[in-house]
Design a protein around this ligand. Sequence first.
Ligand SMILES: [Zn+2]
Ligand SMILES: [Zn+2]
Length: 217
Amino acid sequence: MVSQRREKGTGITPETVEDIVRFHGHMCPGLAMGIRAAEVALREVGPHSSDEEVVTLTETDMCGVDAIQYLTGCTFGKGNLIHLDYGKNAYTFVRRSDGKAVRISTRPGAFDRSPKHNELSTKVRNDSATEEERARYKELRANRTEAILQAPVEELYAVEELESVEIPPMSRLHDSVACAECGEPTMQTRISRLEGKGLCPACFEAALSRHGSVEST
Ligand SMILES: [Zn+2]
Ligand SMILES: [Zn+2]
């Protein structure tokens, strides 16, 4: 379970951790990484965003992002969670009111698994692990998750204050228009014109590929 020390230090109570696990579906090392990164964001940049007070640029789309969304209020749906597909467990948090921005990045080696853990992980993935190995793997994974939750956050992440970050504009609402092909209401800015018809992205793609196949035959 989560220690008293963390509860006092971060304000993330064991109950909140349980809520995050419910939101994500399971506890895992990736979620723990996200919880710890969110902790830094809440401390350095500001509290949970009910609107778009804070914007997160996430360089990963792994499990941890669910903890970031839950804890910081930077969510995909509100438009203040932006995915940069860099494959790094790193996040930039920007406060709109004064532009304060911090980038939180993994310290090299901070989340490395032991060689045994790696070996068992491969076996489990190939479906070649014995029952015993499976159990051992589960145990190592749970221990790793707990270690991530307990470690001093400075050992896990480097925190760098950024001079200037281009803040994405507030998300805007656009009118929807009906796609000329499928009739589904589609945000105006996503409509493309083809032979005088306004098409949604799916119908536009389909029309283009039909054109392609006509040309190739
Ligand atoms: Zn997960
Ligand atoms: Zn359509």
